[in-house]
Design a protein around this ligand. Structure first.
Ligand code: GLP
Length: 259
């Protein structure tokens, strides 16, 4: 794992936008794995700004999002499809046909999950997967005790996750209980991952992911098995790491130095 600790949330999200920009410059038709959540919003805002000022062209990519709530139609304001269309796809001129989310209702989850895995394979696999992390260490919607070999499937959300995500729903709206998510095995198969975590609230999950034992108790700890994982943190999210001196020695200030 490459651990990059940036001074603040803004520079950390800029670093992730740099990684995506570099990937697309190297391979304009990259297959990108995308994530939702508040952490990703500044990254997407930055990418849109860069594209609109002519700094990069992200219009030729194919995308696969990590997850989607079961039962929310693409037009639902809290669906991840809506989030992505508003914040990234429409502003960048990425057409619907280039994008994939595991949109399903209770009746067709298993088929949607299978088709999703097949579509990722047919696209040649994911070149760069963007990730956030939940307070309980989830990645995508792989909640604690998810199989570390899991593929795309339905997961029941924990109450903690539903509570954390309730901020996006109106008070009178039911927060979904189920989601379809890429599995941990699916994520481990990607060529490269870049995980962004900012703020104190993520510090315990980050420490468990990076320095804890590999365990389904903290699904993100499975990334210790990933061949090419970069973890981008701000100071607050890095505050509970015990081997901090080492990360600073290898990548001072989050710089990509070293051999
Ligand atoms: C959500 C998403 C994850 C995301 C995480 C953190 O439930 N399924 O992909 O990384 O929770 O979200 P936030 O960035 O809003 O803290």
């Amino acid at each position: 794992m490459k651990i990059l600790i940036l001074p603040d949330a803004q520079s950390a999200s800029r670093r992730v936008a740099d990684a995506i920009t570099a990937q697309v410059a190297k391979k304009p038709d990259s297959v990108l794995g995308l994530a939702t959540g508040g952490t990703m919003e500044p990254v997407y805002t930055d990418l849109v700004r860069r594209a609109q000022s002519g700094g990069c062209d992200i219009s030729r990519v194919t995308t696969f999002n990590l997850d989607e709530y079961v039962g929310l139609a693409p037009g639902h304001p809290q669906s991840y499809r809506h989030f992505m269309t508003e914040r990234l796809f429409a502003p960048l001129g990425i057409r619907d046909e280039q994008t994939h989310l595991p949109t399903a209702d209770a009746g067709n989850c298993d088929q949607v999950a299978k088709d999703y895995e097949r579509a990722i394979n047919e696209a040649g696999g994911i070149d760069l997967q963007l990730l956030g992390i939940g307070h309980n260490g989830h990645i995508g919607f792989n909640e604690p005790t998810s199989s570390l070999a899991s593929r795309t499937r339905v997961k029941t959300l924990t109450e903690r996750t539903r509570e954390a995500n309730s901020r996006y729903f109106r008070e009178d709206e039911e927060i979904p209980r189920f989601a379809i998510t890429m599995g941990i095995g699916t994520i481990l198969d990607t060529a490269e991952v870049c995980l962004l975590a900012v703020g104190d609230a993520k510090a315990a999950a980050v420490a468990a992911m990076v320095e804890g034992p590999v365990s389904a108790r903290c699904p993100a700890s499975a990334l210790q098995f990933h061949r090419k994982a970069t973890i981008v943190l701000d100071e607050a999210a890095a505050s509970r790491l015990e081997l901090r001196d080492y990360y600073d020695t290898v990548h001072p200030g989050g710089a990509e130095t070293g051999l």
